[in-house]
Design a protein around this ligand. Structure first.
Ligand code: ADP
Ligand code: ZN
Length: 216
């Protein structure tokens, strides 16, 4: 089953996808996480991506498409995957369709998480992530704080704020890009009849349970 997670920044795509991954036993592929790992490891891809990400801009399509293509061709994606943060514009969605067609596959579901603007802003501002790229647990200073201040509950690493979350210009730019370039994808997938809309004002665990029920 091939799933794409849709929804603005802060709607919980990553957190919900992390739970779905466990329940469905298919990999969770977050393009943002792959870029951040490359930045941390100072790879060539990381050096290129950071120039865009820090400013809240999209990494060029050619780079992102190639990265996704190689990832979904890995063996663990054979039975499906959950894409989070990709596709982000029509061109990427068309490219994804091509990649999947080559394998006689398609996007089976597009899960659209929705949330009010005020809540989106608050979640981005309060978001913290585990700095360990093998863990990447997502926290929220208000709704999901760590047990010990600044320390990941799961792995004990330091929790940090993403560079692009700490810069209000970058946050604004990302939301603008979301509503102008990514939101039109809802229509793109609606035409294919694969969209499932979920109001994201519930705990991620409950959201994931509802989605699993629907998928059944
Ligand atoms: P958010 O959804 O909160 O902006 P992500 O972790 O999904 O965060 O992505 C972080 C950054 O990585 C984006 O702002 C963008 O620069 C880059 N990125 C991630 N996915 C893509 C994509 N599909 N196309 C282009 N750039 C991307
Ligand atoms: Zn951790």
């Amino acid at each position: 089953m091939n799933i794409v997670m849709m929804g603005a920044q802060g709607t919980g795509k990553g957190t919900v996808a992390g739970i779905l991954k466990q329940k469905l036993n298919i990999p969770h592929i977050s393009t943002g996480d792959i870029f951040r790992k490359n930045i941390q490891e100072e790879t060539e891809l990381g050096k290129l991506a950071t120039q865009y990400i820090d400013k809240g801009q999209l990494v060029p399509d050619e780079v992102t498409n190639a990265m996704v293509k190689s990832r979904i061709n890995e063996l663990d994606c054979e039975n499906g995957f959950i894409l989070d943060g990709y596709p982000r514009n029509i061109a990427q969605a068309e490219e994804l369709d091509k990649m999947l067609e080559e394998k006689n596959k398609k996007v089976d579901y597009a899960i659209n998480l929705t949330l009010e603007m005020e809540e989106i802003m608050s979640r981005i501002i309060n978001r913290r992530i585990c700095s360990n790229s093998e863990c990447k647990e997502i926290y929220n200073l208000v709704s999901k704080p760590t047990k010990a201040p600044g320390i990941c509950d799961k792995c004990g690493s330091e929790i940090v704020q993403r560079v692009d979350d700490s810069d209000s210009e970058a946050v604004k730019k990302r939301l603008d890009t979301y509503f102008s370039q990514t939101a039109p994808l809802i229509d793109f997938y609606n035409k294919k009849g694969v969209v499932y809309k979920v109001e994201s004002n519930k705990p991620p665990k409950d959201l994931a349970e509802g989605i699993i029920e629907f998928l059944k």
